[in-house]
Design a protein around this ligand. Structure first.
Ligand code: GDP
Ligand code: MG
Length: 205
């Protein structure tokens, strides 16, 4: 019998308010795009199941629910992350300039065992706008930033047009899987099904 294990991977998505973090997640998980700007989504994370080779993987993708404006995301947000996705808007220079801060903030708050090898992925979003004529950050510039941070993977995306969203998140899942925490007692390797012959605890009183 082959033992199939389900693995939970925590992915956190960071970047300035308005760059399209929530939209990318909605497009990936619900295949929906909403034009309206909503700062708060109410939920802390969304999940998506996928299979990578012979592994069943549950991606738990954490959104900032609007708090990124105040930079008060709290320790629970960062704890146990397997991958950090940084997002900027290719049409807004400031959102690119602040990537250094987000990168630094993540390393400070999440405090991973090996900060030099912790996996990040960068997404340059909203490439659809004005057919690319209003973009202010070139692909070359973005890739240079990635290289300077230790070869971060880079994807250009459009949450609106569903361009490269699946490919980016698949790569995110693979990167997170490669970094899976050996010591993650909460999430690692939960069995797919619990045999129902297992004695149940507790008493009838
Ligand atoms: P967040 O604050 O980073 O979560 O950003 P949102 O996902 O709320 O998006 C902010 C605004 O940008 C919303 O009005 C979205 O509809 C819009 N938006 C997000 N992604 C894209 C995209 O790829 N293309 C275009 N044209 N608009 C986008
Ligand atoms: Mg949001």
């Amino acid at each position: 019998m082959s033992l199939r294990r389900r693995t939970l991977l925590k992915v956190i998505v960071l970047g300035d308010s308005g760059v399209g973090k929530t939209s990318l997640m909605n497009q990936y998980v619900h295949k929906k795009f909403n034009h309206q700007y909503k700062a708060t989504i109410g939920a802390d994370f969304v999940t998506k199941e996928l299979q990578i080779d012979d592994r069943l993987v549950t991606l738990q993708i954490w959104d900032t629910a609007g708090q990124e404006r105040f930079q008060s995301l709290g320790v629970a947000f960062y704890r146990g992350a397997d991958c950090c996705v940084l997002v900027y808007d290719v049409n807004v220079m400031r959102s690119f300039d602040t990537l250094d801060n987000w990168h630094e903030e993540f390393l400070k708050q999440a405090n991973p065992a090996d900060p030099k090898t912790f996996p990040f992925i960068l997404l340059g979003n909203k490439i659809d706008i004005d057919g690319g004529n209003s973009r202010v950050v070139s692909e070359k510039k973005a890739k240079e930033w990635c290289a300077s941070k230790g070869n971060i993977l880079y994807f250009e995306t459009s949450a609106k047009e569903d361009y490269n969203v699946d490919a980016a998140f698949l790569s995110i899942a693979k990167t997170a899987l490669a970094n899976e925490h050996e010591q993650d007692i909460y999430f690692q390797g939960m069995p797919e099904a619990v045999p129902d012959t297992e004695p149940r605890g507790g008493c009838a009183c």
